[in-house]
Design a protein around this ligand. Sequence first.
Ligand code: ATP
Ligand code: MG
Length: 407
Amino acid sequence: MLLKLIAGLTDRANRFQAAIKLAGYFNCSYLFIFIIDQEIGILLPAPGFPPTLPDGRAWQAFINSCPATGHYSGCLPFPESNNMLAATGISGPERSIAILLGGSPSEKEIEPLQAVLPMLVDLFTQELLLSTAKTRVALADKAVAKAEKLAATMDVMRLHLKDALIQKEKDKKAIEELMKKKDEFMNVASHELKTPITTMKAYLQILQKMVPPNGTASAGDFIVKANKQIVKLTGLVDDLLDVTKIYAGKMVYQFSDIDLAALIEEIVSQTQLTVQTHRIVIKNNAPVIVHGEKHRLEQVLSNFLSNAVKYSPGANEVVISSDLVNNEVKVSVRDFGIGIPPDQQEYVFDRFFRVQESSRKFSGLGLGLYISAEIIKRHGGSVGVESDGNGSEFYFKIPVVKVLQPA
Ligand code: ATP
Ligand code: MG
């Protein structure tokens, strides 16, 4: 009879009904079989058994409430059922089942179960192996998916973190760079402003001693020298003020039509008066009218020329040329001086920039080219430089309004 009841369990479709019949044999209300995978610590209803207990309780909650040893409300709790398996010598990671009995059976009534337990285990072994393997694969798949998701999230977080750190580092560097530039500039500016003042002071002291009674002629020399320094000082202060104006967007321009060739001639002869070391040669002077502010274009030409002279101490000539190129005029100033290293050429129009190698030898604030570039930009033009070991050529291009015909 018992064997027949056990055989009824082979039909998976009607397994639960067969299990209830078998339970009746032990005077129990139901018999529930679980598969135990001890290795990965999972316990699931065997195939053909419902996901909840017949009385509607969730089996997980019920099992959790079972004491570690002994019977519980007439049921055979798991530790004992495992012990029974162990006693038959067939318990193992993938070959265990647990049996839960409903009702209040006595020890005696469930005793025959021990004898048929090996048969029950055999019956479920195949399914058990299959189902645990499937469960493991499903669990592993789930774990892999979870791990992949986690890894992706961590990757994104890592990138965000990296970005944030890089940004922070960049901000810090930019501020440090700015502070450094400011300090350097203040240093240079105060030095540059102090030099002419000190020189002027000295000349004026000498003058005081000399006048009267003797040597008014040399007094005149000193006055000329003091005046030169005043001009230099005024230039420096003007440049600083221009930068402030550019920065605040308050540089005002008054445009008019200008005869550029005449302007170049004028500025060249003016500059030549103050330069004894170099001859300033006009190679070509395109007869063009441009639209601009005379004083500001003069300033650009003067900056280019004074740089050309300053940075070519070993040379004796500077060449200026004005050429018509399409609808623009290109004005270039060529010197035969120290040149600019290729990796620094792109920065020469930057505010406060000075080529490091030469900055100690030559005085300056690093503002002339920056101001020039700003002025040319406001004239709708562009600036540039070409330089090599033989010297440099600075140029600007601005639109031409009219080309004058030769008279
Ligand atoms: P300042 O503000 O008095 O003009 P500066 O001459 O140093 O000072 P810029 O005229 O702006 O400043 O020039 C920037 C830098 O470019 C210079 O410090 C110098 O290193 C480099 N430079 C400019 N013109 C020449 C040139 N013709 N040859 C070589 N280097 C030059
Ligand atoms: Mg300069």
